[in-house]
Design a protein around this ligand. Structure first.
Ligand code: ADE
Length: 250
């Protein structure tokens, strides 16, 4: 089966808008339930139907900032895949695109593009038999080795947690997860994709070095604009590559 229906899940508006504008995708206000803050931008690119979903802005806590983290990411992905299936137009592939922190010890540098080989959680520690590996929640990504060579991108595991910074226990678990990069959504998006049996992988651009000497939030804000531009140039190449190909050709 050739890939022809792709969902791209992007948490933050600043990460998504250059790509959405570049491909001239249109806001579809009827895609998500009107009660939700989520946004869908849709259109055709070559032979592919594309749906870019973002998590929208917070209204629950009254902050108005983008809904980052695992809860909105899982719910938005779940609803998008459910909607496409009920429209008898199920997604062939889910791509999670966004920024990440990178580990220098795994060869990451600012601006690098990583494709995920697997995702796991580093902040779900449950010391009860059986629940430990549930908490870690490791999920393999669909294999994208040829795509990585095509893009000159790196491959690695993404470890997810709900904080931009990290403490010692997170650090220990990120090492245990063999993480090359760290984000706040990938494992949640992978979970929702698995529920709907949709192949998935992540495209992550490094904004900050986790094992470097600058605070993550300062480096993140410094490099967010650059990373959004890098996503804008990388994502169309990703879409061009995956569309009209078979999964086992990625
Ligand atoms: N997104 C960008 N940088 C990040 C970091 N250091 N941790 C989690 N998510 C990120």
């Amino acid at each position: 089966m050739l890939i022809s229906n792709v969902v791209v899940a992007i948490a933050m508006e600043a990460e998504a808008s250059p790509f959405v504008n570049h491909l001239n995708l249109q806001l579809d206000t009827s895609f998500f339930p009107s009660e939700t803050p989520f946004r869908a931008f849709r259109g055709k690119h070559n032979n592919c139907n594309l749906t870019v979903i973002t998590n929208g802005a917070d209204t629950v806590y009254g902050t108005g900032v983008d809904n980052v983290g695992t809860v909105p990411a899982a719910v938005a992905t779940f609803l998008a895949l459910q909607k496409l299936k009920s429209d008898t137009d199920p997604a062939d592939l889910l791509i999670n695109a966004g920024t990440c922190g990178g580990f220098r010890r795994k060869g990451a540098a600012i601006g690098d593009v990583f494709l995920t080989t697997a995702v796991a959680n580093h902040d779900r520690r449950i010391a009860i038999p059986g629940f430990t590996s549930y908490g870690i929640g490791k999920v393999e990504s669909t294999s994208v080795e040829r795509l990585a060579s095509h893009l000159n991108a790196k491959l690695g595991i993404c470890s997810t947690g709900n904080s931009l910074d990290f403490h010692e226990l997170d650090s220990h678990h990120m090492l245990q997860n063999d993480a090359s990069v760290k984000d706040m959504e990938a494992a949640a998006i992978a979970w929702a994709s698995e529920v709907w049996s949709t192949p998935h992988f992540g495209v992550k651009v490094v904004t900050d070095i986790v094992d470097g000497d600058k605070p993550s939030h300062e480096e993140f804000l410094e490099n967010l604009g650059k990373a959004a531009k890098s996503l804008q140039s990388t994502l169309p190449k990703v879409i061009d590559y995956v569309c009209d190909r078979k999964h086992d050709e990625l």
